[in-house]
Design a protein around this ligand. Sequence first.
Ligand code: MN
Length: 238
Amino acid sequence: MSNEFSETISDLVDANHILFNEQIVDGFGHVSARHPSRPDRMLISRSMAPALVNADDIVEVDLNGEPIEAAGPKLYLERFIHSEIYRKRPDVQAVVHSHSATLVQFGIVKGISLRPVCHMCGYLRETTPVFEIREVAGDGTDLLIRNSDLGRELATCLDSHAAVLMRGHGSTVVGGSIRHAVFRAVYLERNARIQAEAMKMGEIISLTPEEAKAADEANSGQIDRAWDLWRLASETRR
Ligand code: MN
Protein backbone atom coordinates (compact mmCIF):
# COMPACT_ATOMS: atom_id res chain seq x y z
CA MET A 1 0.00 0.00 0.00
CA SER A 2 1.51 3.35 -1.04
CA ASN A 3 2.01 6.12 1.46
CA GLU A 4 -0.32 8.34 -0.51
CA PHE A 5 -3.05 5.71 -0.42
CA SER A 6 -2.78 5.13 3.32
CA GLU A 7 -2.74 8.90 3.96
CA THR A 8 -5.91 9.25 1.88
CA ILE A 9 -7.63 6.51 3.88
CA SER A 10 -6.48 8.08 7.15
CA ASP A 11 -7.74 11.55 6.16
CA LEU A 12 -11.00 10.08 4.91
CA VAL A 13 -11.65 8.32 8.23
CA ASP A 14 -10.81 11.54 10.12
CA ALA A 15 -13.06 13.53 7.76
CA ASN A 16 -16.00 11.27 8.62
CA HIS A 17 -15.46 11.86 12.34
CA ILE A 18 -14.84 15.60 12.00
CA LEU A 19 -17.95 16.20 9.90
CA PHE A 20 -20.05 14.54 12.59
CA ASN A 21 -18.38 16.38 15.44
CA GLU A 22 -18.79 19.72 13.65
CA GLN A 23 -22.48 18.88 13.10
CA ILE A 24 -22.34 18.83 9.32
CA VAL A 25 -23.49 15.20 9.06
CA ASP A 26 -25.51 13.08 11.49
CA GLY A 27 -26.61 9.50 10.84
CA PHE A 28 -26.76 10.52 7.18
CA GLY A 29 -24.45 12.34 4.81
CA HIS A 30 -21.13 11.13 3.38
CA VAL A 31 -17.65 12.16 2.30
CA SER A 32 -15.50 10.64 -0.44
CA ALA A 33 -12.07 11.08 -2.02
CA ARG A 34 -10.82 10.40 -5.50
CA HIS A 35 -8.44 7.42 -5.50
CA PRO A 36 -4.91 8.94 -5.40
CA SER A 37 -3.47 6.69 -8.14
CA ARG A 38 -6.64 5.66 -10.01
CA PRO A 39 -8.51 8.85 -10.98
CA ASP A 40 -11.34 6.70 -12.38
CA ARG A 41 -12.13 5.39 -8.89
CA MET A 42 -13.26 6.89 -5.61
CA LEU A 43 -12.94 5.89 -1.97
CA ILE A 44 -16.02 6.08 0.23
CA SER A 45 -17.37 4.35 3.32
CA ARG A 46 -19.86 1.51 3.08
CA SER A 47 -23.40 2.57 4.04
CA MET A 48 -23.16 3.57 7.71
CA ALA A 49 -23.16 6.58 10.05
CA PRO A 50 -20.02 8.68 9.40
CA ALA A 51 -19.04 8.94 13.07
CA LEU A 52 -18.62 5.14 13.22
CA VAL A 53 -16.43 4.76 10.12
CA ASN A 54 -13.05 3.00 10.41
CA ALA A 55 -10.42 2.29 7.72
CA ASP A 56 -11.90 -1.20 7.16
CA ASP A 57 -15.21 0.39 6.12
CA ILE A 58 -13.74 2.30 3.15
CA VAL A 59 -14.47 0.73 -0.25
CA GLU A 60 -13.30 1.44 -3.80
CA VAL A 61 -16.04 2.38 -6.24
CA ASP A 62 -15.79 3.18 -9.96
CA LEU A 63 -17.29 6.26 -11.61
CA ASN A 64 -20.41 4.30 -12.58
CA GLY A 65 -21.02 3.91 -8.85
CA GLU A 66 -20.17 0.19 -8.96
CA PRO A 67 -17.93 -1.40 -6.30
CA ILE A 68 -14.57 -2.75 -7.54
CA GLU A 69 -14.99 -5.86 -5.43
CA ALA A 70 -18.20 -7.71 -6.21
CA ALA A 71 -20.36 -9.00 -3.35
CA GLY A 72 -19.04 -6.31 -1.05
CA PRO A 73 -20.98 -4.45 1.64
CA LYS A 74 -24.08 -2.30 1.08
CA LEU A 75 -23.18 1.10 -0.38
CA TYR A 76 -24.72 4.54 0.05
CA LEU A 77 -27.76 4.99 -2.21
CA GLU A 78 -26.50 8.44 -3.16
CA ARG A 79 -22.93 7.50 -4.12
CA PHE A 80 -23.76 8.78 -7.65
CA ILE A 81 -23.47 12.34 -6.29
CA HIS A 82 -19.77 11.65 -5.85
CA SER A 83 -19.07 9.48 -8.91
CA GLU A 84 -20.63 11.90 -11.40
CA ILE A 85 -18.89 14.94 -9.92
CA TYR A 86 -15.51 13.16 -10.19
CA ARG A 87 -16.35 12.30 -13.79
CA LYS A 88 -17.26 15.89 -14.70
CA ARG A 89 -14.70 17.77 -12.62
CA PRO A 90 -11.06 16.57 -12.89
CA ASP A 91 -10.07 19.31 -10.41
CA VAL A 92 -12.19 17.76 -7.64
CA GLN A 93 -10.40 15.40 -5.24
CA ALA A 94 -13.03 15.19 -2.48
CA VAL A 95 -16.80 15.60 -2.08
CA VAL A 96 -18.98 16.14 1.01
CA HIS A 97 -22.75 15.60 0.90
CA SER A 98 -24.89 16.53 3.89
CA HIS A 99 -28.34 17.56 5.07
CA SER A 100 -27.28 20.32 7.48
CA ALA A 101 -30.31 22.40 8.37
CA THR A 102 -29.41 25.96 7.43
CA LEU A 103 -28.37 24.91 3.95
CA VAL A 104 -31.68 23.11 3.41
CA GLN A 105 -33.33 26.38 4.43
CA PHE A 106 -31.52 28.29 1.67
CA GLY A 107 -32.61 25.75 -0.91
CA ILE A 108 -36.34 26.20 -0.24
CA VAL A 109 -36.89 29.97 -0.13
CA LYS A 110 -37.77 31.57 -3.45
CA GLY A 111 -35.78 34.61 -4.55
CA ILE A 112 -32.99 34.16 -1.99
CA SER A 113 -29.46 33.15 -2.87
CA LEU A 114 -26.72 31.86 -0.58
CA ARG A 115 -23.85 34.31 -0.92
CA PRO A 116 -20.38 34.69 0.57
CA VAL A 117 -21.16 36.92 3.57
CA CYS A 118 -18.06 36.07 5.62
CA HIS A 119 -14.44 35.78 4.47
CA MET A 120 -14.23 32.09 5.38
CA CYS A 121 -16.65 31.38 2.54
CA GLY A 122 -14.95 33.50 -0.11
CA TYR A 123 -14.82 30.34 -2.19
CA LEU A 124 -18.52 30.78 -2.97
CA ARG A 125 -17.46 33.76 -5.13
CA GLU A 126 -20.98 35.05 -5.98
CA THR A 127 -24.19 33.03 -5.85
CA THR A 128 -24.71 29.34 -5.13
CA PRO A 129 -26.76 27.18 -7.54
CA VAL A 130 -29.82 25.27 -6.30
CA PHE A 131 -30.57 21.86 -7.81
CA GLU A 132 -34.31 21.38 -8.43
CA ILE A 133 -34.85 17.66 -8.96
CA ARG A 134 -38.35 18.27 -10.38
CA GLU A 135 -36.81 20.04 -13.36
CA VAL A 136 -34.99 16.88 -14.41
CA ALA A 137 -37.05 14.01 -12.94
CA GLY A 138 -40.54 15.47 -12.49
CA ASP A 139 -42.82 15.15 -9.49
CA GLY A 140 -42.88 12.14 -7.18
CA THR A 141 -39.17 11.42 -6.64
CA ASP A 142 -37.87 10.76 -3.11
CA LEU A 143 -35.37 13.62 -3.78
CA LEU A 144 -32.41 11.22 -3.56
CA ILE A 145 -29.65 11.02 -6.19
CA ARG A 146 -30.20 7.29 -6.77
CA ASN A 147 -28.52 6.76 -10.14
CA SER A 148 -25.89 8.07 -12.56
CA ASP A 149 -28.44 10.08 -14.57
CA LEU A 150 -29.48 12.10 -11.54
CA GLY A 151 -25.85 12.40 -10.46
CA ARG A 152 -24.97 13.83 -13.88
CA GLU A 153 -27.78 16.39 -13.61
CA LEU A 154 -26.55 17.44 -10.18
CA ALA A 155 -22.97 17.74 -11.48
CA THR A 156 -24.26 19.87 -14.36
CA CYS A 157 -26.00 22.19 -11.88
CA LEU A 158 -22.82 22.39 -9.76
CA ASP A 159 -20.95 23.32 -12.95
CA SER A 160 -17.70 25.04 -11.97
CA HIS A 161 -18.98 26.11 -8.51
CA ALA A 162 -17.64 24.79 -5.21
CA ALA A 163 -21.06 24.06 -3.71
CA VAL A 164 -24.58 23.24 -4.81
CA LEU A 165 -27.75 23.33 -2.72
CA MET A 166 -30.35 20.61 -3.27
CA ARG A 167 -33.95 21.77 -2.83
CA GLY A 168 -35.68 20.10 0.11
CA HIS A 169 -32.70 17.81 0.68
CA GLY A 170 -29.25 19.22 1.50
CA SER A 171 -26.03 20.35 -0.11
CA THR A 172 -22.87 19.09 -1.77
CA VAL A 173 -19.43 20.72 -1.52
CA VAL A 174 -16.25 19.88 -3.43
CA GLY A 175 -12.56 20.53 -2.80
CA GLY A 176 -9.05 19.95 -4.08
CA SER A 177 -8.30 17.60 -1.16
CA ILE A 178 -10.21 15.89 1.63
CA ARG A 179 -9.15 18.59 4.10
CA HIS A 180 -10.14 21.32 1.66
CA ALA A 181 -13.63 19.88 1.12
CA VAL A 182 -14.16 19.43 4.88
CA PHE A 183 -13.00 23.00 5.53
CA ARG A 184 -15.45 24.31 2.96
CA ALA A 185 -18.32 22.15 4.25
CA VAL A 186 -17.92 23.39 7.84
CA TYR A 187 -17.77 27.04 6.83
CA LEU A 188 -20.59 26.70 4.32
CA GLU A 189 -23.05 25.87 7.09
CA ARG A 190 -21.66 28.72 9.24
CA ASN A 191 -21.93 31.20 6.36
CA ALA A 192 -25.55 30.15 5.87
CA ARG A 193 -26.32 30.64 9.57
CA ILE A 194 -24.75 34.11 9.54
CA GLN A 195 -26.63 35.11 6.39
CA ALA A 196 -29.97 33.78 7.69
CA GLU A 197 -29.61 35.64 11.00
CA ALA A 198 -28.40 38.85 9.34
CA MET A 199 -31.32 38.86 6.89
CA LYS A 200 -33.69 39.13 9.87
CA MET A 201 -31.94 42.37 10.80
CA GLY A 202 -31.94 44.04 7.41
CA GLU A 203 -30.40 44.13 3.99
CA ILE A 204 -27.19 42.16 3.82
CA ILE A 205 -23.83 43.10 2.31
CA SER A 206 -21.95 40.20 0.76
CA LEU A 207 -18.32 40.03 -0.33
CA THR A 208 -17.62 41.36 -3.80
CA PRO A 209 -16.25 38.78 -6.27
CA GLU A 210 -12.83 40.41 -5.88
CA GLU A 211 -12.95 40.20 -2.07
CA ALA A 212 -14.25 36.65 -2.26
CA LYS A 213 -11.40 35.57 -4.51
CA ALA A 214 -8.75 37.20 -2.31
CA ALA A 215 -10.28 35.70 0.86
CA ASP A 216 -10.42 32.26 -0.74
CA GLU A 217 -6.74 32.45 -1.67
CA ALA A 218 -5.79 33.55 1.86
CA ASN A 219 -7.82 30.73 3.46
CA SER A 220 -6.40 28.01 1.26
CA GLY A 221 -3.08 28.29 3.10
CA GLN A 222 -4.73 27.90 6.52
CA ILE A 223 -6.63 24.67 6.13
CA ASP A 224 -4.39 22.46 8.31
CA ARG A 225 -4.79 24.83 11.26
CA ALA A 226 -8.54 24.15 11.39
CA TRP A 227 -8.12 20.47 10.46
CA ASP A 228 -5.71 19.78 13.36
CA LEU A 229 -8.12 21.37 15.83
CA TRP A 230 -11.21 19.64 14.48
CA ARG A 231 -9.44 16.27 14.42
CA LEU A 232 -8.34 16.64 18.03
CA ALA A 233 -11.87 17.71 19.04
CA SER A 234 -13.43 14.73 17.26
CA GLU A 235 -10.93 12.28 18.82
CA THR A 236 -11.52 13.71 22.28
CA ARG A 237 -15.21 13.10 21.91
CA ARG A 238 -14.91 9.51 20.73
MN1 MN B 1 -28.79 13.04 0.84
